[in-house]
Design a protein around this ligand. Sequence first.
Ligand code: MG
Length: 381
Amino acid sequence: MAWAAYACDPARSRGRRFAEPPPTGRSEYQRDRDRIVHSAAFRRLEYKTQVFVNHEGDLFRTRLTHSLEVAQIARTVARALALNEDLAEAISLAHDLGHTPFGHAGQDALNACMRDHGGFEHNFQSLRVVDELEDKYAAFPGLNLTFETREGILKHCSEARARTLGALGERFLERRQPSLEAQLANVADEIAYNNHDVDDGLRSRLLRLEQLDAMPLFARHCHDVLVAYPQATVKQQRHETVRRMINELVLDLTENTRRRLAAAALADVEAVRAAPPLVGFSERLAEDNRALKRFLREHLYQQHPVYRMTVKAKRVVRELFGALLEDPRLMPPEFFERARGKEQRYGVAGRARVVADYIAGMTDRYALDEYERLFNPRRLR
Ligand code: MG
């Protein structure tokens, strides 16, 4: 496999936290990808959601299908630009591992609960999952992934936290970029969620086709579909339009990034890190993409049923947190033991962190069940 000079080469990885013999028959980044796919946190993504709560229907995206869509987009662009496809895939599949139940509502609620104990941030939690919380390898904690995959997972980070992270935190302090594969996984994430939220929004009837006409990216593809297929059903119209939107965004991203890479003439990954961000849309598509995000914020995420579910989800997380922090013995014994150990070392913040880890690991339905079990006096277990 030939990579471009600016791509990450697994043979030149900055390595793993715990040294291991090199893999046979696959590259270091393939091994990362395989460990991610075999993790418990990855399987739980099937029952975690972003906008629509898991019990609302089986057809909506979950974080698992979202992560697969991100990986597929990232791999396509990586291959076209001679980046490392395996690394882009590994980062994409792992990027949401630390997400709480109930999407952003859950993350906001947990962050508020943790305000006095160091906060909660899903990116950093994804890193904690792969560095510490997955507990199945005898030789090391977590999944012991390569530096490049871990760097890609940690998209943002405060300066205060960056100072505690050693080599992984350096780029936030020095304001340098991560690898192109990491930059790509980030943009692929955006393409995937904006477009599948349009699709799920229409499917749920929270959005109507006519409303979306105000968005140029949607309007031009919807128009093309109707001209080409005047007899298309609403379902076909929706799918044909969304797939064309994704296609245009992906092609624009590929071509525009290719142009920037050619102009920057980067000799190696170090040059990538020192350069400004290079993976991105052309100005026109960047504006279309911003309009799409604005539209979803105004018309989907604020909708009455979504808003009501958001409020409810936050209450579930808040009340679970309160009860478990007050009495950690309500958690499964291994979490209780861990909470006791962390509390001895870090005080109440240590106990709170274990409660946050426990709640963040829950799927939507587990959180709802656990809420019932804890607070409904008619439920004994
Ligand atoms: Mg995502």
